[in-house]
Design a binder for this molecule. Structure first.
Ligand code: PMP
Length: 408
């Protein structure tokens, strides 16, 4: 039997990094991985995170297990941060008061998605999920490995490098009633193209009418506007619709990987909005029952960093400033690249509409391969470029390479 185990294909994104490592061209650029790099191409630790770690180093007195769904402090501060904006979001505050939001620490965003997928498999009547086409490369595998069936709804028009809103609405309308629908809260991965508030209203009306279950994935909170409090328009609207009784329940998968730079600390959360406080208690108990045999409980270092930052006003402001400067740099290189790209035969305007860590160039697989082979510019073959790999020192080289490749 073991002789028959077939070789699995390597992970596409991680495979690119491996090839990049081997390349000896000093001008090589890695645009594959969605992790932040500073202007000299190096990874960073947010200064506010370092400070929180200094506090922990002095004050931490144990390395005991946390709860199955994390500490109460983590749950409360994350819930308050996302749904209450420290008292400024009326609908979210009311839902918290009614005890209707269950928040659990999870193993970052991926763990959060997997936990909700297993939960839906167990308790949701619909066993299918629809996800945007395209979506983050791991989404479908997470849901289907948990036993849900996954299908796509239209999202992006590759011909015109724009949101395909008419088909998006149509394909959501055509989905089976009560299906689970995956929504990217902001900075849609891989396209960087989000819905406007007006477009969200139209989509939410279809969701309400068809009784779809919204599952929101928020991996880039803060990367659209620079402020995490501004990037939660969809969450706010959902809270209002829940309050009005138009949408009964929804779930939010969230990650601090990008917006606190806690990638490898695996720190995130799942929040489930229940119809009542008593339903929330049952959901919470079932989350514990589900997680305990899976990994027992989540890691504590990242969650203690989050707790430390959220419980100190100065650290919180410092973190908001750190995040703003990270996003600011990405926007600067996005604009610089746009300016240097040759627009005679190629319309690059979509770059200016896209937000987040990626640009979805619209380049073909052949063009991406040519960039890799001739110019040592590494990106996934769907034409998604992580602009965190771009900086003042390589933006000219990159623009020249792209201009050469599109010339033909
Ligand atoms: N959702 C989306 C859309 C993502 O882009 C990512 C990370 N690339 C994740 C979820 C999960 O990230 P993590 O598990 O590192 O928090």
């Amino acid at each position: 039997k073991w002789n028959e185990i077939p070789l699995a294909p390597p992970d596409k994104i991680l495979g690119i990094s491996e090839a990049f490592q081997k390349d000896t061209n000093s001008k090589k650029i890695n645009l594959g991985v969605g992790a932040y790099r500073d202007n000299s191409g190096k990874p960073i630790v947010f200064p506010s995170v370092k400070k929180a770690e200094t506090v922990l180093l002095e004050k931490e007195t144990d390395k005991e297990y946390t709860g199955i769904i994390g500490s109460k402090k983590y749950q409360d501060s994350v819930r308050n941060f996302i749904f209450n904006n420290s008292g400024k979001d009326a609908s979210g505050a009311q839902l918290i008061k009614e005890g209707r939001i269950v928040t659990a620490q999870t193993i970052s965003g991926t763990g959060s998605l997997r936990v909700i997928a297993d939960f839906l498999k167990r308790f949701n009547s619909a066993q299918n999920i629809i996800v945007p086409k395209p979506t983050w490369a791991n989404h479908v595998a997470v849901f289907t490995d948990a036993g849900l069936s996954a299908d796509f709804y239209a999202y992006y028009d590759k011909e015109n490098n724009d949101l395909d809103f008419a088909n998006l609405k149509k394909s959501i309308s055509d989905a089976a009633d009560e299906s689970v629908i995956l929504l990217h809260a902001c900075c849609h991965n891989p396209t960087g193209m989000d819905l406007t508030p007006e477009q969200w209203e139209e989509v939410l009306a279809i969701i309400e009418q068809k009784k779809l279950f919204p599952l929101v994935d928020m991996a880039y909170q803060g990367f659209a506007s620079g402020s995490p409090y501004k990037d939660i328009g969809l969450i706010r609207r959902l809270n209002e619709l829940v309050q009005e009784g138009k949408i009964p329940t929804y779930a939010l998968c969230q990650s601090f990987a990008k917006n606190m730079g806690l990638y490898g600390e695996r720190t995130g959360s799942i929040s489930i909005i229940a119809e009542s406080g008593s339903q929330a208690k049952a959901i919470e108990s079932q989350l514990k029952k589900l997680i305990r045999p899976m990994y027992s409980n989540p890691p504590i270092h990242g969650s203690r960093i989050v707790e430390t930052i959220f419980s100190d006003e100065n650290l919180l402001s410092e973190w908001l400033a750190d995040l703003d400067s990270v996003v600011g740099r990405l926007n600067v290189v996005r604009d610089k690249l746009y300016q240097k790209l040759d627009k005679t035969n190629y319309n690059w305007d979509h770059l200016l509409k896209q937000r987040g860590m990626f640009i979805y160039t619209g380049l073909s697989a052949e063009q991406v391969i040519e960039l890799r082979e001739k110019y040592s510019v590494y990106a996934t073959e769907d034409g998604r470029f992580s602009i965190s790999g771009v900086n003042e020192h390589n933006v000219d080289y990159l623009a020249d390479a792209i201009n050469q490749v599109i010339k033909k």
